[in-house]
Design a protein around this ligand. Structure first.
Ligand SMILES: Nc1ncnc2c1ncn2[C@@H]1O[C@H](COP(=O)(O)OP(=O)(O)OP(=O)(O)O)[C@@H](O)[C@H]1O
Ligand SMILES: [Mg+2]
Length: 223
């Protein structure tokens, strides 16, 4: 179990905390979802959990043990909303093989198939893929790493509905075996998975009833 207690994050350049006393428990078996308006702190929450940013207060524990940023970077796989900014490989195959001295072609193909990219050529350049394909490639990279905690930033944004429901189904399956946390503007897309849900507004996290999942508009859903 991943547990955040009293996490506060306020970068020097921010006038007020971006995350304020955040408490959150994440378990394998059920997808976890954080929804909230633009600027509410969703991406920052993923950055803090994954060790890309350090909270100045609070703890982040894994099975009871407090983790350093370095340990969190190891534990967590973060799939960015715009992964093309983070690709290093010149081809899809290279991107997937980074950090793996030996990787059987069969395993690579299985992972690509798992994320719905089975038909893709490994010679393809990552930057030539569509936005949704790039996000799924980034997910494949994290699956190959066998990250115990998967963190996904807006995984359904900009996808057409058929691909969206594939992605939702895949994330539901992955959540059976590991911690999966999705942050999204479109929580209703995940309703069938009955996710454990929270809303994050102005850096404050609060539990949300599954029945109330709905799209949160840019004005904070108060319209
Ligand atoms: N390093 C930083 N310095 C100053 N402000 C920051 C920093 N990082 C984040 N913020 C501020 O924190 C707030 C939350 O940003 P964040 O990107 O986490 O929101 P979000 O919920 O992911 O929004 P969106 O839905 O638009 O992606 C924003 O107001 C942002 O400007
Ligand atoms: Mg964001």
């Amino acid at each position: 179990m991943l547990e955040l207690s009293g996490v506060r994050y306020q970068p020097a350049t921010a006038a007020r905390p971006v995350l304020d006393d955040v408490n959150l428990q994440l378990q394998a078996g059920r997808l976890a979802l954080v929804a909230g308006p633009s600027g509410g702190g969703k991406t920052t929450l993923l950055e803090v959990i994954s060790g890309l940013a350090e909270p100045e207060r609070g703890t982040i524990r894994w099975n009871g043990e407090t983790l350093s940023g370095r340990q969190r970077r190891w534990l967590c796989g973060l799939v960015f909303q715009f992964p093309e900014r983070h690709f290093l490989g010149l081809t899809v195959g290279q991107e997937l093989r980074l950090g793996h001295r030996r990787l059987e072609a069969e395993r690579l193909e299985r992972v690509l198939e798992r994320v719905g990219l089975g038909a893709l050529s490994v010679q393809q350049q990552p930057e030539r893929l569509s936005g949704g394909q790039q996000r799924r490639l980034a997910l494949a990279v994290q699956l190959l790493r066998e990250a115990r905690v998967l963190l996904l930033d807006e995984p359904t944004a900009g996808l057409d509905w058929a691909v969206r429901s594939d992605v939702v189904g895949l994330l539901g399956d992955l959540a059976k075996e590991r911690v999966v946390l999705v942050v999204t503007h479109e929580p209703e897309l995940f309703r069938e998975l009955e996710p454990a849900s929270w809303s994050l507004r102005e850096g404050r996290l609060s539990p949300m009833e599954a029945g109330t999942l709905r799209t949160i508009s840019a004005n904070g859903g108060r319209a």
